[in-house]
Write a protein that binds this ligand. Structure first.
Ligand SMILES: C[S@@+](CC[C@H](N)C(=O)[O-])C[C@H]1O[C@@H](n2cnc3c(N)ncnc32)[C@H](O)[C@@H]1O
Length: 232
């Protein structure tokens, strides 16, 4: 099935609200579990960058799970970040360790090689040009950093899209159903993602299927970043 890109930023008030109020416990727990599998239970003072953080549930969960970590979480949509700020205000104990910033990728405002871990959930399929994510990972992660990107996979057919909608969004508000449907059509296939990371010179990362609708890209950068992408 051919990819149909969707709107990048989720900056409509009603879509941000529907997303922030939806129950994403299952994928968010899966994300934190995958991060823990990759990085362990270390109490080192990780500097973590979360790209396309939306309402920041994952950023807050990571900060809770890693009490020495500093988490910088960015999103280009003020409507989404407003829900992140509200969620953070509910957890004042995390206030000094979670920094929510309005930043649209590609961005030159993020520090080069500034992070021990770069993570992202469900941003990749929003990007019209996926190289933006992989370039940001290469630029912002320090040599040897951990990387975890999770995203939807594009189903094989419109019938499979309908099946996933029925299974995971049957009772969701119409705006959330619309966005989930658009996201499934906009998502990349595992082979497309493998090709993206190869072209980005990030072939030390590996692609795994982690649920019936999600893939992950994870691993550690080489101790010294390569400055250029691999030739095709
Ligand atoms: C589906 S949400 C995922 C939110 C969050 N990571 C989560 O797992 O709940 C995708 C987010 O990426 C943001 N986004 C899309 N394109 C972006 C870009 N170019 N720069 C920054 N954020 C972007 C959207 O505004 C939206 O909040």
């Amino acid at each position: 099935m051919k990819r149909i890109p969707e709107t990048e930023l989720m900056d409509e008030e009603d879509q941000a609200r529907a997303y922030a109020e939806a129950d994403f416990c299952e994928p968010n727990e899966l994300f934190v579990r995958l991060f823990r599998q990759l990085c362990g239970d270390q109490s080192v003072p990780w500097k973590v960058l979360d790209l396309g953080c939306g309402p920041a549930e994952i950023a807050l969960r990571l900060a809770e799970s890693y009490p020495s970590a500093q988490v910088c979480a960015i999103d280009g949509a003020p409507a989404m970040l407003a829900f992140g700020h509200r969620a953070l205000a509910q957890k004042p104990q995390l206030a000094g360790r979670v920094d929510l910033r309005c930043e649209r990728l590609p961005s030159t405002a993020l520090p080069r090689e500034g992070y021990d871990a770069v993570v992202s959930n469900s941003l990749l399929h929003h990007l019209h040009d996926p190289r933006i994510l992989w370039d940001t990972v290469r630029t912002c992660a320090r040599p040897g950093a951990a990387v975890l990107v999770m995203d939807l996979m594009r189903p094989a057919s419109p019938q499979d899209v309908d099946r996933l909608l029925a299974e995971y969004a049957a009772d969701a508000p119409p705006v959330l159903r619309r966005d989930f449907r658009n996201s499934l059509f906009a998502a990349f296939s595992p082979d497309e993602v493998r090709q993206q990371i190869r072209l980005a010179g990030l072939d030390q990362l590996h692609v795994d299927l982690v649920s019936d609708r999600h893939l992950s890209v994870s691993g550690f950068l080489h101790p010294r970043n390569r400055s250029h992408a691999q030739p095709v």
